[in-house]
Design a protein around this ligand. Structure first.
Ligand code: T3D
Length: 263
């Protein structure tokens, strides 16, 4: 159902709100289809320069809808991951625009890792994170075994995954799992302000950063230095670089358009 994902726009920010609050926004095929459609639209729309992903109600996302596994024939989890989770994480990482995950409540299982697939993750003080997979006999998916050790190191990654303990947003921020933990009061407004500020930045530079950070996961230093050179060469030709330097010289705030080439 389209209502399982609310899609709204504020300026240049596309806001995606997971909207199954009674199930803490558990992910089912309908939500995945809606997310896929939303990202297709975002990819095609140059006026959208940042994405804000959040949840309705008291949860951010409780991961896969476990009720799909009750009764009926045994589901092929690999097929579900191939069809929905992996394409979603891949396109979030590849999207040449910043994605903010605003974790407004519990983020469990694939719901936690969906947040970690974003570029900047903030959470309100009352939110928490759990790699709940172990409690039902699974391993972290949706990129969890990749994101966790990169973000918090191998020791903590294994602890989080194998013990499945719930950690508070404050702990998540302290261990580097997320960017920041913010007060509950005004959280939605703060999240929108953050996404809006990202939408006003040089979008091509953010796209290049995403490309470079993605490549750094497999590149050695030499390859990464070459990639930085090539990307910086491209950035040097963007109108936003020219504007940034002009604004610096004129001692005024820069006004970035995010365009790849001059109009
Ligand atoms: O299957 C595939 O497609 C493969 C992919 C797998 C990826 C995964 O994500 S596996 C991991 C799935 N998620 C979990 O195991 C987490 C399950 N949920 C929980 O452990 C707890 O609900 C929470 C820790 C998230 C929150 O606990 P609490 O006490 O705050 O809330 P609650 O009472 O447990 O949940 C509220 C309602 O949401 C409740 O429904 P009810 O009883 O009021 O009708 C509960 O059943 C429902 N709910 C919560 N999580 C899920 C869910 N319903 C379906 N699926 C869920 N994941």
């Amino acid at each position: 159902m389209a209502e399982d994902l609310l899609v709204t726009t504020q300026g240049a920010v596309r806001i995606l709100t997971l909207n199954r609050p009674e199930k803490l926004n558990a992910l089912n095929p309908a939500v995945h289809e809606a997310l896929a459609g939303a990202f297709t639209a975002i990819e095609a729309d140059d006026t959208i320069r940042a994405v804000l992903l959040t949840g309705a109600g008291r949860g951010f996302c409780s991961g896969a809808d476990l009720m799909q596994n009750l009764g009926g024939p045994q589901r092929d989890l690999g097929a579900a991951i191939d069809k929905h989770y992996n394409p979603l994480v891949r396109r979030m990482r590849a999207l040449p625009k910043p994605i903010v995950a605003a974790v407004n409540g519990v983020a469990a299982g694939a719901g936690a890792n969906l947040a970690l697939a974003a570029d900047i993750v903030i959470a309100c003080e009352s939110a928490n994170f759990t790699q709940a997979f172990i409690r039902i006999g699974l391993l972290p998916d949706a990129g969890g075994t990749f994101f966790l050790p990169h973000l918090v190191g191998d020791a903590r990654a294994r602890g989080l995954a194998m013990l499945g303990e719930t950690i508070t947003a404050t702990e998540a921020a302290a261990m580097g799992l997320i960017w920041r933990c913010l007060p509950d009061a005004g959280f939605a407004e703060a999240a929108l302000a953050l996404a809006t500020s990202l939408a006003a930045k040089p979008t091509q530079a953010i796209a290049a950063m995403k490309h470079a950070f993605n490549a750094a996961a497999t590149n050695g230093l030499d390859a990464q230095l070459d990639l930085e050179r090539d990307l910086q060469q491209q950035m040097g030709r963007t109108p936003d670089f020219a504007e940034g330097v002009r604004a610096f010289a004129e001692k005024r705030p820069a006004i970035f358009t995010g365009a790849a080439t001059a109009a």
